[in-house]
Design a protein. Structure first.
Length: 106
């Protein structure tokens, strides 16, 4: 089961034009989609997705928006960096997936 998009997971993937987050994906890490060809993003309405502020760096085809305040995409999500992202990440690990100490699924 997919829980997150890895750092640099789709970096510079120009063929990627749309990202749809279903309820299984709860986090997108640093530069996950940076410099990709995405034009639109769709988030689910059930589980909020935490998107690292750098995840969409250099995505020239996305509409321009203030990543901390504007809400240009449908669904539940937060775009954050720094401590706010790390605190959310820790909560996700606790609730949903890897136990950092053992690197095993819980």
């Amino acid at each position: 089961m997919i829980k997150g998009v890895a750092p640099f997971g789709f970096y510079d993937c120009q063929q990627l034009t749309k990202v749809i987050f279903d309820a299984k994906v709860v986090i997108a890490y640093e530069y996950a989609f940076a410099k990709s060809g995405i034009k639109e993003m769709d988030f689910n309405e059930l589980v909020p997705v935490m998107v690292h502020i750098t995840a969409i760096d250099g995505c020239e085809n996305l509409p321009k928006f203030d990543s901390l305040f504007d809400r240009p995409f449908p669904g539940k999500y937060r775009i954050r960096g720094g401590d706010a992202f790390r605190e959310w990440e820790e909560e996700l690990y606790r609730l949903h997936f890897l136990n950092k100490k053992s690197n095993q699924y819980s």
